[in-house]
Design a protein around this ligand. Structure first.
Ligand SMILES: Nc1nc2c(ncn2[C@@H]2O[C@H](COP(=O)(O)OP(=O)(O)OP(=O)(O)O)[C@@H](O)[C@H]2O)c(=O)[nH]1
Ligand SMILES: [Mg+2]
Length: 468
């Protein structure tokens, strides 16, 4: 072969390699943090997301997701995850609950797990259009017990600060009854005494019972430490055997107080920090699911607690601002979506009120996030629709009801839900009869298709730009 032939072939090869490398670098990895306190709907959301993208990605079903509306999504499928040390999200098990007859909700999460989706699409514009036929975005999702998120703010606290905050919380009138057994024991506890392991273990167990009872009774978000509720592999470990107590005047070494303080610090260092360092750093996008309806059902105290839990937790995600965060997590989140989930329990016309309520609760945090250059949005969604809207006429009046099967009931009912407030009502304006939003079972799938409310808006906001 002539020299010019050789050069031409080398050039062609170089062109191909450059093209391949460029194309590969345009394939993107997106890590989406699906966050929210326990019961906010993370597992149901991830299940719905996978179901809609893999088997229901039509323009009728996801009209607001551009890549689908413009018919550029070629296919989406689950691919092997990159993190080999984390269990896989059990999608098939979760979706089988939603598709069963009768359908039910997937079980609550007891451990961290992950899943990666590959979305193959045609580019709509720009340089990508000319480079190759299709491109692929790898979407990595992580699901974990919501209780563990609650521990994040503890990183910013000393044992004394944490104890003071927890004891103040337990003493609130709404929670006093559940807290009484622990507070009575605490009144007799000698913080100056030398360490008595079995007494500490017994006290910690009573404290854990209080947390469990509060979790069952209320939607109180800041039940700490979260691992007492879902211990994972730490069940029975001494690192979990601590509880809040007021600092005595003299906190000498070898005392019970000092021992508890050491356990608290060990919990921060050995449990919370590695969890967030390993799993929460380098997220690109964040979805925060909020269950406002359960908080409203619970009452004024829980709603205000939800607000402060959200703001404490978001402060930890603040980008490049918090000392602890920039040291530990180096976050790179540039878009955060706050979603008032389960909006299908509210009449269609009132769903906007939920968005406004969430917006008002988040105002202080939103402002901080925006200031640090994060794009944010708020919306009311339902990842798995559990009701259908229904107009009911009663005594000549048309009522906007919802139709569904309440959890634990055997029949479908038409129900007139309360109207949610648009702002956090003051305690004196809280309705005397309180709020009673019902929880419904998932609505039966029609021909294997589940329904959602604004899941496509969520996906467009969080991923739209990555799929252009
Ligand atoms: N109406 C309605 N209810 C929902 C929806 N998603 C979840 N739920 C309800 O919320 C409950 C909790 O949902 P999960 O997805 O398990 O919540 P989670 O955030 O994963 O909870 P943990 O795993 O305990 O942290 C479900 O059992 C349902 O009762 C939804 O889209 N609409
Ligand atoms: Mg879950």
């Amino acid at each position: 072969m002539s020299v010019s032939g050789l050069t031409a072939r080398a050039l062609q090869k170089l062109q191909q390699t450059t093209h391949k490398t460029l194309t590969r670098s345009l394939d993107r990895h997106v890590k989406l943090a699906v966050t929210g306190f326990s019961g906010s709907g993370k597992t149901a959301f991830i299940t719905a997301l996978v179901k809609h993208l893999t088997t229901q990605a039509t323009a009728q079903n996801l009209p607001f997701l551009e890549v689908v509306r413009e018919q550029r999504l070629v296919a989406c499928k689950q691919v092997p995850q990159s993190a080999l040390d984390i269990p896989s999200f059990e999608y098939h098990n979760a979706v089988s609950h939603l598709l069963a007859d009768p359908p039910s909700w997937p079980p609550s999460t007891q451990r961290i797990n992950t899943l990666t989706l590959a979305l193959k699409f045609r580019s709509g514009k720009g340089v990508r259009q000319h480079l190759s036929e299709t491109h692929t975005v790898y979407l990595e999702l992580i699901d974990y017990p919501g209780e563990w998120l609650m521990d994040l703010p503890m990183l910013n606290q000393s044992f004394a600060q944490w104890s003071e905050q927890q004891l103040r919380r337990l003493a609130q009138p709404d929670y006093a009854q559940a807290s009484a057994p622990f507070l009575q024991l605490l009144a007799q506890f000698d913080a100056h005494a030398t360490v008595n392991e079995s007494e500490l273990a017994a006290m910690a167990s009573v404290y854990a019972d209080v947390l469990k009872q509060l979790k069952a009774q209320t939607r109180l978000a800041q039940l700490q430490p979260g691992r007492m509720l879902i211990p994972g592999e730490l069940d029975g470990a001494p690192i979990l055997q601590f509880f809040p107590l007021t600092a005595p005047g003299n906190t000498a070494e070898q005392t019970q107080y000092h021992h508890l303080e050491q356990r608290f610090e060990a919990y921060k260092k050995q449990v919370i920090t590695p969890f967030y360092r390993e799993h929460f750093c380098r997220f690109d996008r964040q979805l925060v699911l909020v269950d406002l309806l359960s908080a409203l059902n619970d009452g004024y105290t829980t709603l205000t607690e939800t607000q402060s839990a959200l703001s404490d937790t978001l402060a930890m995600f603040r980008h490049g601002k918090s000392g602890i965060l920039s040291r530990l997590f180096r976050p790179s989140i540039d878009k955060v979506l706050f979603a008032a989930n389960k909006c299908d329990s509210v009449a269609l016309a009132d769903q906007d009120k939920l968005t406004r309520l969430l917006h008002s609760l988040l105002l202080p945090s939103e402002n901080e996030l925006k200031f640090s250059g994060v794009e944010i949005d708020t919306m009311a969604i339902s990842s798995v629709k559990s009701t259908q809207p229904k107009q009911v006429t009663e005594q000549g009046e048309t009522l906007s009801c919802v139709y569904g099967k309440p959890v634990g009931e055997s029949n479908y009912i038409s129900y007139l839900p309360p109207i949610p407030p648009e702002h956090l009502p003051g305690v004196q304006h809280w309705p005397k009869q309180g709020y009673e939003f019902l929880s419904f079972e998932p609505f039966p799938a029609y021909q294997g298709q589940i329904e959602h409310i604004r899941l496509d808006h969520v996906l467009q906001f969080l991923l739209g730009d990555k799929l252009q």
